[in-house]
Design a protein around this ligand. Structure first.
Ligand SMILES: [Zn+2]
Length: 115
């Protein structure tokens, strides 16, 4: 009797059933999907924040350019990009869309990039 019980317990503890393993693998998959979605959302958000920083910086530099030179920089900002007093690292590119920044002298703003 005791011998049979021990054998039954032993056989029960032999390992995980196929369904248990399937459940664990499924849960791991769902967890990985959620984590990866959040990570890619965060990196999108970081790129957009960096783009907005570039826009703000370029608009301030354009104001300084106007104060110093009495005219606005070219709409593609090539003149400002060539002058290391204003953009020592050159003209930045949008980290989100990889498109160049253009300046509108009537609004005194960088056009587009409303991500
Ligand atoms: Zn942008």
């Amino acid at each position: 009797m005791a011998h049979t019980l021990a054998r039954q317990l032993g056989s029960r503890r032999r390992g995980f059933s196929y369904l248990e393993i399937l459940a664990v693998v499924t849960l791991l998959g769902i967890t990985a999907a959620i984590v990866l979605t959040r990570v890619s959302y965060r990196s999108d958000e970081a790129e957009i924040n960096a783009c907005h920083l570039h826009k703000g910086n370029l608009e301030v530099q354009a104001q300084l350019w106007f104060r110093d030179k009495g005219s606005w920089p070219a709409s593609n900002l090539s003149d400002m990009a060539a002058d290391s007093n204003y953009l020592p690292d050159g003209l930045p590119q949008c980290p989100h869309s990889s498109t160049p920044y253009t300046f509108n002298s009537s609004t005194q703003k960088i056009t587009g990039h409303d991500h």
